[in-house]
Design a protein around this ligand. Structure first.
Ligand SMILES: NC(=O)c1ccc[n+]([C@@H]2O[C@H](COP(=O)([O-])OP(=O)(O)OC[C@H]3O[C@@H](n4cnc5c(N)ncnc54)[C@H](O)[C@@H]3O)[C@@H](O)[C@H]2O)c1
Length: 352
């Protein structure tokens, strides 16, 4: 991986993100007054959050060590004014001049394939990385936001999952490196809030999908799409009666942005409450891609959650937020993005 470390000049213009990012926009007086430090900036969610923050006229310093992210996710920001990127591992000290108004810690391997491949790094970024980012927030008097996860609930015995539910996590199972890392990160966040007075918020994110996901990360949306687009049967674990709910990334990012601006300290679920069985989801993908290859079944992996559905009443109440993008529309946009990774004559793409 090429080592990139670039600071974009304020002279640059960027068309893709509208007038607010054009030099003339800034010259009319819309100079960024708030500065955000964002870890995990080259990841799936982090890169979309960069886009949103720049659109909202924040100055953004993104950091990422590319352990699971990719530079193509932020390459469109080359030339964006007020965007700076540092290749950096946030478990080590970060020296950046100037103070921040917001610190967002979104760095962490997030897909099961990634965190099973990098269990120690996953624990480190949730523990040491969270502490280092909180220290920067404390130093600057900045607001801190962490992207935690529905995996904090483990294999839930309460359905749908509400923020006051404490979870059912196996501390020594294969997924524990991720689940416990995030639970520790939440605990660290609360400790810095209580003991050091840092302004903090905790997002518990449920399954999110969209452009810039990795095709091979093992998560259900890219996994199903990849198989369907290749004309291979879609793999269902178990009977496919386990449920998931999928939130389109722009909706999720909107929730994160609202939470960043809020005073809420305790965790807030962000996700789409529209619940489907995995089998139903496979049929959405079958229809969207036109694949005729059918389904195959494999045994359920250990600790695979049986049900996932957020209760988002708290986010509705305190953030005025709820997802807007219908699943079929989100899947269509995601297929558009994945198109670039397949030859033009891939049957499922060329027939549409
Ligand atoms: N995508 C989802 O459905 C989902 C669900 C729940 C929670 N989350 C959380 O949202 C955040 C982003 O997830 P994502 O799906 O974009 O994953 P991702 O793997 O695409 O992005 C994570 C980014 O963090 C970077 N990173 C990891 N360790 C780092 C370190 N030590 N220093 C610097 N950078 C580091 C990776 O290189 C990557 O770019 C994560 O904290 C994840 O736990 C995501």
């Amino acid at each position: 991986m090429r080592d990139i470390d670039f600071v974009f000049s304020t002279d640059a213009t960027i068309g893709a993100y509208g007038p607010v990012l054009r030099k003339n926009g800034w010259e009319t007086g819309a100079f960024p007054v708030k500065r955000v430090l964002l870890s995990g900036a080259a990841g799936f969610i982090g890169s979309h959050l960069c886009d949103r923050l720049l659109q909202e006229a924040y100055e953004v310093v993104g950091v990422d060590n590319f352990i699971t992210g990719h530079e193509r996710n932020i390459s469109h920001l080359a030339g964006a004014p007020y965007f700076e990127f540092r290749r950096h591992d946030v478990t080590t000290p970060l020296a950046i001049a100037g103070r921040f108004d917001y610190v967002i810690h979104a760095a962490s391997p997030a897909s099961p394939r990634d965190y099973l491949e990098h269990p120690i790094e996953t624990l480190d970024v949730g523990s040491i990385g969270t502490k280092r980012m909180l220290e920067i927030a404390e130093r600057d008097g900045a607001k801190f936001l962490i992207t935690s996860t529905s995996e904090s609930y483990g294999d839930p015995t309460v359905h749908p999952q509400v923020e006051t539910y404490w979870g059912n996590v196996n501390p020594v199972g294969p997924r524990s490196c991720y689940d416990e890392s995030k639970r520790f990160a939440e605990a660290t966040t609360m400790a810095y809030h209580r003991a050091r007075g840092v302004k903090t918020s905790i997002a518990r994110i449920f399954n999110t999908y969209g452009p810039r996901m990795k095709l091979n990360d093992g998560r259900v949306v890219p996994a199903f799409l990849d198989q369907a687009l290749r004309g291979e049967p879609i793999t269902i674990f178990g009977e496919g009666t386990q449920t998931r709910s999928f939130c389109y990334v722009s909706d999720l990012v909107d929730g994160l942005y609202r939470l960043m601006l809020s005073d809420e300290v305790y965790p807030v679920n962000l996700g789409n409450p529209h619940e489907l069985t995995i089998r139903q989801f496979a049929s959405v993908i079958t229809q969207a891609t036109g694949t005729t290859a059918g389904l195959i079944h494999q045994p359920l992996p250990e600790d695979d959650p049986r049900q996932r559905k957020p209760d988002i009443s708290k986010a509705r109440r305190i953030l005025g937020w709820e997802p807007k993008v219908p699943l079929e529309e989100g899947i269509r946009r995601t297929i558009e993005y994945f198109r670039q990774f397949y030859p033009a004559d891939t049957p499922a793409l060329s027939s549409r």
